[in-house]
Design a protein around this ligand. Structure first.
Ligand code: NAD
Ligand code: DAU
Length: 348
């Protein structure tokens, strides 16, 4: 099987490829990524020279480039991760979110639709629970929860989900969609809550918590998300949406305290010294209060259950950032951008 993975140099895409490429040697994987600030080819070092892996630097906003790539590869499966993914950036500069998440997804769907025998192929769209908006104190998102996005990021992902679903209903394209809760784990760019708090704690910098820290997120270790996606691709029903989550709700402040405790345990610094770094800062505009996923459908239909608890996953995550000093240093100093610019200059 020929598989295009978009956004494979980002956090979740890299974990997806690192897990599957060595295991599925009868499949050929093409990583299609524009290498934005969020991408890091160093996250793919372990598979970069594998014979069933290749990389194509393509911006999914470029319709002609996407068309050419699809016509050349004729993928049996497309797994679409590529996106602008950070909510705070979308509040500051929303345009790239509309261009990549909405128009980029449209370009991929059009290129996919033009393939011969499209019925025997598959397009899997990776999306987020943020499309459902916020929850009150009770309940959880199910697949039929109405869309009610709050940020430019979640609105752009909602639009992309609608396009994918519309292409199934209108043109009969064989698609599946998954909407997942907050991920954490190796190779996450340190703008997101958990890696930011780990790295700041290691450097004794302030730990900025928005509002009162009582917003709730439902955390899932990244390799569990990747496993869930692969299960939806193999066992999910065409045209269906699957919510992915690990039944692991936590208040932000409790997450930050847990990070402090694990960093303290791993480094010998006292936990209270690290907890004292917590600094309450002004809230994110439009900040959704609570997310929680009801994963009953994917559990029932695809046999999904997470391998990691929040506690085991967090320990592995802290160890990753401690043990990969060069990766962290390069990301922090921007040195990896210089490598991308020299290595990929002029390459398409
Ligand atoms: P990320 O920001 O770490 O990586 C995104 C990748 O997409 C990067 O490699 C980037 O270079 C690439 N990309 C961005 N714009 C592109 C463009 N125009 N053309 C080609 N490539 C482009 O994101 P992530 O956290 O790995 O998220 C991946 C997907 O999963 C996204 O669709 C996101 O909405 C979804 N998701 C993320 C989470 C989470 O907690 N991180 C949870 C649920 C769903
Ligand atoms: O729910 C899935 C989504 O999770 C994904 O679709 C997004 O791509 C991903 O970025 C993530 O979005 P969040 O906004 O929930 O993640 P973030 O790590 O930015 O923030 C998590 C929570 O922590 C949120 O309530 C805001 C808060 N926060 C975040 C940062 C960066 C802080 O309190 N301080 C911070 O410095």
């Amino acid at each position: 099987m020929k598989i295009i993975v978009t956004g494979g140099a980002g956090f979740i895409g890299a974990n997806f490829l690192n897990g599957l490429v060595p295991r599925c040697t009868d499949h050929v994987f093409v990583n299609v990524d524009a290498l934005t600030y969020a991408a890091n080819p160093a996250s793919l070092e372990a598979i970069a020279t594998r014979p069933n892996y290749s990389f194509a630097r393509v911006d999914i906003r470029d319709r002609a480039a996407v068309d050419r790539l699809f016509a050349r590869i004729e993928p049996d499966l497309v797994v679409h991760f590529a996106a602008e993914s950070h909510v705070d950036r979308s509040i500051h500069s929303p345009q790239a979110f509309v261009e990549t998440n909405v128009m980029g997804t449209f370009n991929l769907l059009e290129a996919f639709r033009a393939l011969p025998d499209v019925d025997r192929r598959r397009f899997h769209h990776v999306s987020t629970d943020e499309v459902y908006g916020t929850l009150g104190a009770d309940g959880a998102f199910v697949e039929t929860t109405p869309y009610d996005p709050s940020s430019p990021y979640s609105a752009s992902k909602a639009a992309s989900d609608h396009l994918v679903r519309a292409y199934h209903r209108t043109y009969g394209l064989p698609v599946t969609i998954s909407n997942c809760s907050n991920n954490y784990g190796p190779y996450q760019f340190p703008e997101k809550l958990i890696p930011l708090m780990i790295l700041n704690a290691l450097e004794r910098k302030p730990l900025p918590v928005y509002g009162r820290g009582d917003n709730v997120r439902d955390w899932l270790y990244v390799t569990d998300h990747c496993d869930a996606i692969w299960r939806v691709i193999r066992h999910g029903r065409i045209g269906e949406t699957y919510n992915i989550g690990g039944r692991s709700e936590r208040r932000n402040l409790d997450v930050v305290h847990a990070v402090c405790d694990v960093v303290a345990e791993c480094t010998g610094v006292s936990a209270s010294t690290l907890r004292d770094l917590v600094t309450f800062v002004p809230d994110r505009p439009g900040h959704d209060h609570r997310y929680a996923i009801d994963p009953a459908k994917i559990e029932r239909e695809c046999g999904f259950s997470p391998a990691e608890t929040f506690e085991t996953g967090l320990r592995k995550t802290v160890r990753f950032y401690l043990d990969h000093e060069a990766w962290v240093r390069a990301v922090r100093t921007g040195a990896y951008r210089a490598w991308i610019d020299s290595h990929y200059a002029g390459r398409v």
